[in-house]
Ligand binder design. Structure first.
Ligand code: PMV
Length: 291
């Protein structure tokens, strides 16, 4: 039995979402797939692309304690803010739902996913697994039910900085710079509000992403490497580019509705790990559980 779920990218609104503003995030066309096979005795982890001390606890919470071997494969980079753990959590829950004969709707996945995400992230905002469960684009406000938004699918290029940012430390760093940076956090929030009615306008969204990156740099979560990747993407055909996620490392998201050929070529020529994907991934039947 097999199930899969997508990762995510934050399109606009990281960090300001911590202070009550709305954020826009989208599922990506890169997925984590979990396969269950019958196994005598205790449920065990077989082959896994995700190596993490907390995996056993997550499996114990999500699956029956006996009878299965669990194999995990993923297309997502691990520890780069692209939702690898959230996609794993949602794929595990889809399997549990299949075993229990439950139809896993969004509300069930979001509620059950929270406990799994807490194993990986302590106090997550919940945005990652909400987006993974939705398979689309979401507007997210802390403490509120996430709302799906319609956003035409676009090709994006993801440029990997090669290092992981520490989300908890970056969030704490932003908190320490308040109240001086509050006007910038407000501008990030306003940018999301201004952009939401025009998500079908790729040029406007690209400009909003550029502006968001400048604000994220101003609150201290960008790095010279992230700024370099953003500049490289913009000089090579991207309509806009920004860090995505907590920053301090992780990835840059470049909007490339034309396919991103030039952005990819320029990145790879400099030895930067870059790849293409689609946001939001859509694929309504992509999350069906296969027998
Ligand atoms: O790095 P990620 O993808 O986990 O994103 C963190 C997003 C923040 O806004 C910085 C924190 C949060 O919990 O919303």
């Amino acid at each position: 039995m097999r199930a899969s779920a997508p990762g995510k990218l934050i399109v606009l609104g990281e960090h300001s979402v911590v202070y009550g503003h709305r954020a826009l995030a989208a599922a990506v066309s890169l997925r984590t797939t979990v396969t269950l096979r019958p196994h005598e005795g205790l449920t065990v982890l077989g082959e896994s692309a995700i190596r993490d001390d907390r995996l056993d606890a997550a499996l114990a919470l999500a699956l029956p304690s006996r009878g299965y071997r669990v194999d995990i494969a993923t297309d997502l980079p691990i520890g780069r803010g692209m939702g690898s753990s959230a996609s794993l959590s949602i794929a595990l829950l889809r399997l549990r739902a299949a075993l229990e004969g439950i139809e896993p709707d969004f509300t069930w996945l979001h509620a059950e996913g929270f406990a799994l995400e807490q194993i990986f992230h302590g106090q997550p905002s919940g945005i990652d697994h909400a987006v993974s469960a939705s398979e689309g684009a979401l507007v997210y406000r802390r403490g509120k039910k996430p709302r799906s938004v319609s956003m035409p699918p676009s090709t994006v290029v993801v440029l990997d900085s090669g290092t992981a940012g520490n989300t908890a430390e970056l969030v704490a760093g932003v908190a320490a710079r308040r109240p001086a940076i509050d006007p910038v956090l407000d501008r990030l929030g306003e940018l999301v509000e201004r952009s939401l009615p025009h998500l079908d306008d790729a040029r406007a969204l690209g400009e909003a992403m550029d502006e968001a990156h400048a604000h994220l740099a101003a609150i201290g979560v960008s790095t010279p490497k992230l700024d370099e990747l953003v500049g490289l993407a913009r000089r090579n055909g991207a309509l806009g580019a920004k860090l995505s996620g907590a920053g301090g490392g992780g990835v840059v998201l470049a909007l490339c509705p034309g396919g991103g050929q030039d952005t990819l070529r320029a990145a790879r020529a400099r030895g930067i790990h870059a790849f293409r994907c689609t946001i939001p991934c859509g694929g309504q039947d992509a999350h069906a559980t296969e027998p």
